[in-house]
Design a protein around this ligand. Structure first.
Ligand code: KG4
Ligand code: ZN
Length: 338
């Protein structure tokens, strides 16, 4: 079964053809990063406009790359939530148009479910149930993946997402948007123990996250040094920040796996590309005898192949959308069980 999938929830216009949830026939991404860079972050209005301009070309290239025409496609899939509403609307409207014009089914896909599914593309031996740490620019979740289409969120961020914290810390250190990858690079040259940064104390849930205090600590260190005319060692601060974020993410995930009795752990979302998060999760899973799955680096960030993969399982579970499908800026994974 060939699914043509579309992803436009943030600043990447993406389309892919995925066969039977496992074979990626094409995976096209038109990134808008260069344009948003000058503003230090994504400008929603610009993102929507660029999606409108790019989407026909991106979808055409995905079909061409897969050696397909619309006749060869069995179903369409689209990210409908969560994300920037104007950006999501471009993808959902385009996908609805394709489905209506061809009379073929349309499968609505949750963006986070797509990130999780990137792991099935990387290693088809992964099967639910398992525990997944999702860390992206907009979300930080610990999720029980009960089945391919059923989830239970057991921890989430109370303020900034992990990727957002990376981007804000990077900005104050003078790195361009999106800064996560620059912190990752700078940290390789730095001493992760040079700075002691605060770890959040959270009451209520031991599996929730909070990154705003840590982000503020980095900002204060930089501003205080500026005021005193002192030089900051950027590499050291990047390495210390990255180590602290990694420890917060990984310690809670390991604790949740123990508490909920999971021996299989997966990682997903843009921050899953981070070398320290990957390395620490790998060593901690190893120590505890857990099997770890991580997406290959090309599938960590936003892409449509992961949406096409998840759509296959959603399709098998009977999920369909019609022309009344609307995009949603927020939607919890807990609320979408098929
Ligand atoms: O999943 P994603 O592509 O978009 C959202 O759904 O939000 O995640 C983007 C986030 C950005 O905050 C970006 O800085 C972060 O992932 N990111 C990284 C790395 N690569 C991307 N953060 C830390 N280290 C990286 N290597
Ligand atoms: Zn994402």
């Amino acid at each position: 079964m060939k699914i043509l999938a579309i992803e436009s929830s943030c600043d990447e216009t993406a389309a892919a053809v995925v066969e039977d949830g496992k074979t990626v026939r094409s995976n096209i991404i038109a990134s808008q990063i260069e344009e948003h860079k000058k503003f230090g972050g994504v400008v929603p209005e610009i993102a929507s406009r660029r999606h409108c301009e790019n989407i026909l070309d991106v979808v055409t290239r995905a079909l061409d790359g897969a050696g397909c025409t619309l006749d060869d496609i069995d179903a369409f899939a689209v990210t409908y939530a969560p994300g920037l509403i104007g950006a999501l609307l471009v993808g959902t409207s385009f996908a609805k148009g394709l489905a209506m014009a061809t009379g073929k089914p349309l499968v609505p896909v949750h963006h986070i479910a797509g990130h999780i599914a990137a792991n099935y593309l990387t290693d088809s031996s992964l099967k639910p149930p398992y525990l997944c740490l999702v860390a992206s620019g907009g979300h930080s979740h610990i999720i029980e993946v009960l089945d391919y289409t059923k989830y239970h969120v057991i921890g989430r961020t109370r303020d900034d997402a992990a990727g957002e914290a990376f981007d804000k810390a990077a900005r104050v250190l003078g790195f361009p948007y999106p800064g996560g990858v620059h912190i990752d690079k700078a940290a390789r040259q730095g001493d992760p123990d040079a700075y002691t940064l605060p770890r959040p104390k959270i009451t209520g849930s031991e599996f929730d996250f909070s990154f705003s205090g840590l982000k503020t600590a980095v900002i204060n260190i930089v501003h205080n040094a500026d005021q005193k005319g002192e030089e900051i060692n950027k590499n050291d601060l990047a390495a210390s920040f990255q180590k602290t974020v990694s420890e917060i993410l990984v310690s809670r995930t390991i604790a949740a796996a123990k508490e909920y009795g999971y021996k299989t752990v997966a990682l997903a979302g843009g921050v899953s590309a981070n070398s320290s998060v990957r390395g620490l999760l790998e060593s901690e899973c190893g120590k505890n005898g857990f099997r770890l799955y991580m997406p290959t680096l090309d599938l960590c960030g936003d892409n449509a192949a992961m949406i096409g993969c998840q759509a296959y399982y959603d399709y098998l579970a009977g999920r369909r959308a019609d022309e009344s499908l609307n995009a949603a800026a927020t939607l919890s994974l807990d609320d979408i069980a098929v």
